[in-house]
Structure formats: structure tokens, C-alpha cells
Ligand binder design. Structure first.
Ligand code: GDP
Length: 445
């Protein structure tokens, strides 16, 4: 799975990480290649575009650590963005199966691997969670499909609902429900009929079954080899009957895997499992971290950069503490704090984390204070020279004009920033006097 994409990307990043210094052009070229690699892996165009843009934005705003190269940092950013694009809410692979008997509805096109996946999941639930499962085939058009499920059931030791000729899908579903209740099953899985294409009858049938049993999970099985088509099919199924998660099959196949990268971004639905072969054990939970690691194949670099970043932040914080307790709070410190705020999800994220801050957040939003202000403040600080940042008291009118212009902002905005910085400095001095460093540390968290 993902071999081609993985090869392409490691080519790009091998070159990048070998270089010591990186110019903006180096990064641009690399990202262009990343984009092409994604498109070749059949990732949808908007997803590929957003991906590269997100990486570019983050790469430009990065603090540089001496212990890793810029190329290594880019790898880490790409890794994080891969995880981001692959992630859904909740535990990977977790299924809602409390309140026995829990119905799971399996939907998908014919040949997608729906019946095989039904049996694989049943086996998994039985083996890993010790659940009692009942499977039922609703594919009344294809007696062979019903037989197939019964055979798989025997093979894996999972019960199937006896086949009664002439019943319609809704009747079979109801019978499965009754049987599951009476028989003390934890879960009953309904393998609906597939078609070669999505048509009205197929959808109407799946919807009727859905309404009859109110499934806890509706899992859509799609063939991962079909790339963008898999994503389109998922969008359509979700729009028409609503799905709770996706299983991508045949991910043992040709290694493009673009469907996996586009699925979440395009449909908003999480991939819960991937099928990796014909055998009954060839299914895996979908872990974004692991998949991203597999695609990039650069786990060492990722953890190296993580460690370096942690060290850098700890050192910076320590140095800032020292300076602040001596009443030296300069623009570099302020920038670091602002950046920290953005990292924690900006104003909203920060306020959301503190109990009782909802109201204050609303007031601040009403007063026009939002993340864009923080971003503008950071831009103003970036526009200062090193000397000015270390010693903002020296700023005269002409310099102020230059700084504001450099950030594309008004001098009045710079004045507000300087005032805020002064006030914070005063407050810290007071704190420093009152309780010494201990108290300051407390106040700063
Ligand atoms: P259905 O028509 O959607 O029920 O599809 P089936 O479950 O009958 O599967 C069709 C074919 O695909 C069978 O030969 C399966 O063994 C095969 N298949 C299903 N899942 C996978 C998978 O993850 N990898 C591979 N290589 N083959 C699979």
C-alpha cells in the first residue's frame, strides 16, 4: 500500500534533507514535486492543493532549531499534515456495538469486497472482543452471494441466518433482528445487495433496511484500487443513505492509495478499516499516524525533529523566565508567547481550554479581538530589526513607520502592540518583585 507515493516522496525528501541550508526556492521545488506525487497517487486536485499550501504556510512560520536541518523540519511538517488529512474523530477502528444486539449495515457496490469484509469484521469482533455475531445476507438477487456468506461463516466459526427462499431484504433484516435478540447475539451484521453502479433501486432497498433496523454503524465498503472513483462512490452513498465509516479494500494492491488521502477531506467520513488481502485476517484498523509513517518512511527524522522542538521550546521558556524575572521582557519574548497562543489553537483554542472563559471569548470576539490580530502582531514584530526587537524602547516615529509599512499595517496598530508590551512588562516586574520567580512561574503556567 502506498509504495509508489512513498518512493516518490522519499526521493524528494532525501535530496532535501541532505542539504544544509534551504532557500525558499528549494522548498518550493520540493513542494511542487510533492504535489505531483500526490496527484499521481490519484489524490484529488483540491486536496493536493490544500495539502501543499498548508505545508508551505507552516514551513514559513517555523522557528529554526540548530540541531536539525531545515529539510528535516519540512519532513516533519509534511508528516503532520499527512496525519491531519487522514484523521477522523474517535478511536481508529472503533465500532459502536453497545446495546446488544447492535445492528451493523454493510453497503457498497458489487465486487467491492463487501461480503468478504463482513466476514473479516465478524471474525475480528469475535476474536478480539469475544463478541457473538450473527451475519445475514440480504442479496436476494444473487443466491450465490448468500451462499458465499454462509460458507465464510462456517469457515470462521460465525453463525449466519438460515436462508429462506423468496423473502425480501427488509423481511430478512427483521428476521435477523429477532433472531439476534432471541439468540443472545451481541451484534448482527447485514450484508446488503450490491450492484455494479449506484441505482435508485439499490439505494431504496438499503434505505428501507436502514429504516427497519436503525443500524448503529453503516459501513461503506469501497475498492481502494478505484482511486477517485472510490471517493465519488462514498460521497454518493453518504448523501443518499448516510454512512458512519468507510472500509477501503484491496489496499494490498498497486500502491497508489490516493483514495485514502482524499476520503476524509472530501467526504468528511473516517476510514475505519483497510482490507489487505483475500484471507479472513487480512484487515487492519486505520491508524493515521501509522499510515503517515508508512507513506513517508521517515519515522527517524520525525522523532528527531519532535525532540529538537521540545528542547528548543524548553530552552526558550527557561531563558524567557530568567529575563522576565529581571524585568527584561523584549519583543522576542512577546512573539514567542503569541506564537505559543496560535499553536494552542489561537484565542478560541486557548479560551476553550480554560473553564468559564466562554463568556470572555464572546466579549473579545465582539470587541473585534481575534486570531487575525495575533497574526498581525506577529507580523509587526517580524518586521522589526534584531536590535529593535531586543530593545523596543528605542523606536522613533520614522522607524515605526518603516516597521508598520513592512508588515503592511498602520502605525496605530504598532502603537497598540508597543503599549501592550509595556503593560505586560510592568506586570511581570511587579510579579517578579512580589513573589519572586516561583510566583511568576505559576502565573505563566
Ligand atoms: P462483494 O461483491 O462486494 O461482496 O465482493 P466480495 O466480498 O465477493 O469480494 C470480491 C473479491 O475481492 C473476492 O475475490 C475477494 O476475495 C476479493 N477481496 C475482498 N477484499 C479484498 C482485499 O482487501 N484485498 C484483495 N486483494 N482482495 C480482496
Amino acid at each position: 500500500m502506498f509504495e509508489n507515493l512513498s518512493d516518490r516522496l522519499s526521493g524528494v525528501f532525501d535530496r532535501l534533507t541532505k542539504q544544509g541550508a534551504l532557500s525558499e526556492d528549494d522548498v518550493k521545488t520540493a513542494l511542487r514535486e510533492v504535489r505531483v506525487a500526490l496527484l499521481e497517487a490519484d489524490v484529488s486536485l483540491p486536496v493536493a492543493r490544500n495539502f501543499v499550501k498548508a505545508v508551505q504556510d507552516k514551513a514559513t512560520g517555523q522557528a529554526v532549531t540548530k540541531s536539525v536541518t531545515p529539510g528535516q523540519q519540512v519532513v516533519k511538517i509534511v508528516h503532520d499534515e499527512l496525519v491531519n488529512v487522514l484523521s477522523g474523530e474517535g478511536e481508529p477502528g472503533a465500532l459502536k456495538i453497545d446495546n446488544a444486539p447492535a445492528p451493523i449495515l454493510m453497503v457498497g457496490l458489487q465486487g467491492s469486497g463487501k461480503t468478504t469484509t463482513t466476514a473479516k469484521l465478524a471474525k475480528r469482533l469475535k476474536d478480539t472482543q469475544n463478541k457473538r455475531i450473527l451475519m445475514a445476507s440480504l442479496d436476494t438477487n444473487r443466491p450465490a452471494a448468500m451462499e458465499q456468506l454462509a460458507i465464510l461463516g462456517q469457515q470462521i466459526g460465525v453463525d449466519t441466518l438460515p436462508i429462506v427462499k423468496g423473502e425480501d431484504p427488509v423481511t430478512i433484516a427483521r428476521r435477523a433482528k429477532t433472531q439476534a435478540s432471541l439468540g443472545g447475539y451481541d451484534v448482527y451484521m447485514l450484508d446488503t445487495a450490491g450492484r455494479l453502479h449506484i441505482d435508485e433501486e439499490l439505494i431504496a432497498q438499503a434505505a428501507a433496511v436502514r429504516d427497519a433496523v436503525s443500524p448503529r454503524e453503516t459501513l461503506l465498503v469501497v475498492d481502494g484500487l478505484t482511486g477517485q472513483d472510490a471517493v465519488n462512490v462514498a460521497e454518493e452513498f453518504d448523501g443518499k443513505i448516510g454512512v458512519s465509516g468507510v472500509v477501503l479494500t484491496r489496499m494490498d494492491g498497486d500502491g497508489r492509495g490516493g483514495a485514502a488521502l482524499s476520503m476524509r477531506a472530501v467526504t468528511g467520513k473516517p476510514i475505519k478499516f483497510v482490507g489487505l488481502g483475500e484471507k479472513m485476517d487480512a484487515i487492519e484498523e486505520f491508524h493515521p499516524e501509522r499510515i503517515a509513517g508508512r507513506i513517508l518512511g521517515m519515522g527517524d527524522i520525525v522523532s528527531l525533529v519532535e525532540k529538537a522542538q521540545q528542547t528548543l521550546e524548553a530552552e526558550q521558556a527557561e531563558r524567557m523566565m530568567k529575563r522576565m524575572s529581571k524585568g527584561q521582557f523584549n519583543m522576542n519574548d512577546l512573539r514567542m508567547q503569541l506564537e505559543q497562543m496560535m499553536k494552542m489553537g489561537g484565542m478560541e483554542g486557548l479560551m476553550g481550554m480554560m473553564p468559564g472563559m466562554g463568556k470572555m471569548q464572546k466579549q473579545m470576539t465582539e470587541a473585534g479581538f481575534d486570531d487575525s490580530i495575533i497574526r498581525r502582531q506577529i507580523a509587526l514584530i517580524n518586521s522589526m530589526t534584531k536590535k529593535e526587537r531586543a530593545n523596543p524602547q528605542v523606536l522613533q516615529a520614522s522607524r515605526k513607520k518603516r516597521i508598520a509599512a513592512g508588515a503592511g499595517l498602520e502605525v496605530s496598530e504598532l502603537n497598540k502592540l508597543l503599549k501592550m508590551h509595556r503593560q505586560m512588562g510592568d506586570m511581570m516586574k511587579k510579579l517578579g518583585k512580589k513573589g519572586g520567580r516561583g510566583m511568576l512561574k505559576q502565573a505563566m503556567g
